[in-house]
Design a protein around this ligand. Sequence first.
Ligand SMILES: Nc1ncnc2c1ncn2[C@@H]1O[C@H](COP(=O)(O)OP(=O)(O)O)[C@@H](O)[C@H]1O
Ligand SMILES: [Mg+2]
Ligand SMILES: [Zn+2]
Length: 415
Amino acid sequence: MYWSRSFITTLKEAPESAESVSHKLMLRSGLVRMLIAGVYSYLPLGYRVLSRIEHIIREEMDRTGAQEVLLPSLQSVELWQKTGRDALMGETMIRFEDRRGRKLCLGPTHEEVVTELAASQVKSWRDLPFTLYQIQTKFRDELRPRFGVVRSCEFIMKDAYSFDRGTEGLDKIYETMRRAYETIFKRCGLDFVSIKADSGVIGGDISHEFLVPAESGEDMVYRCRICKAVLGAHEVEIEECPHCHKDMEKLNALEVGHIFKLGDKYSKSLGVKFLDESGQQQVVQMGCYGIGVSRLIAAIVEQNHDENGAIWPVEVAPFGVLIVPVNVGDKLIWDKAVALHDRMVQEGLEVLLDDRDERAGVKFKDADLIGVPLRITVGTKWTKEGKLEIKDRRTGAVTEIAGDDTAALFNLLRS
Ligand SMILES: Nc1ncnc2c1ncn2[C@@H]1O[C@H](COP(=O)(O)OP(=O)(O)O)[C@@H](O)[C@H]1O
Ligand SMILES: [Mg+2]
Ligand SMILES: [Zn+2]
């Protein structure tokens, strides 16, 4: 990809309305743009990051045996009345009437829809267990949309729903999901904690939240300075660790995931029943598992940045490599930059070539801002000594390698 032909736009300053580090950097590096309060467009760089995160989530969800589906955003309010959540959701749920007079809403979550779907399919114990997941846009009329994609009115969630014949099966899939979540957040380059949580509007008995410590987080957790145990605000009374009775540090955190053992809460009210081996009718046990996919982008930036910009963890980076020819007017430099670019494309690397006719300083600033993990500089080192400089965005370390040693270069890029 050539920068000059791309839709990448960087800003020197973030708009004043942006409060958190991630919101500022996401706007400055052209990942997202606000349409109206709480509603964002994902621009090419932001969409690349989003797609990479989704790819990780799909891999890990598929590994648990869950199957991907896509459920509708348009839902009937009537369905929500059957579980009593119509009233609970209140004004958070966006409602309207269509031309046929049908009372509709835009799905804020999908327990009702997926449970009704299961009710129509499940007949016998042979139909169980199964888990469905989707990556889809949710709509919530948030009272206070904040911090860009952290709390928005239209956002992308991965939600999964498990259906089992009994609590044993539910316990097992719940554990599998918990481990999958840990892997997902690790692969996203996040330092996260998980705590036993309040089940809130979703309901059920047991739930765990996954939180990412970050300054702008609206949630609060307590971490013991000694044993590193983490507790939710509702579990701590005197700010003392229950294990070692020492002080705990208070951390702001962003909730990025939430998993629930729902039991029969939805399957009972929407009638997901099956006949067991002895012909007895039983109610299905459900679990649900959510990840704030778009919020994850912000969480990653919160934890991976410096004063100059984002520092993308390799697995979620919008591009793996950025090539910067310091002077596009110099034929030796330009030809080398293009040759490198074409070779990398051939090798299947995600590469961006900064072909803009700008001063090197401007390009380096933008390189730091957009946070591509590796930057290859083609400059006078190349024309005079035949060397390329490869800078690691995270450490700032610069490695020089011979420009014609392609094997060494690709080894470095792939390590
Ligand atoms: N308004 C929002 N904007 C962006 N992400 C959200 C929003 N609301 C929830 N999420 C994400 O979706 C995940 C699952 O949602 P859920 O637990 O149902 O939300 P909540 O905790 O607000 O009740 C949350 O952990 C969070 O990461
Ligand atoms: Mg939650
Ligand atoms: Zn402790």
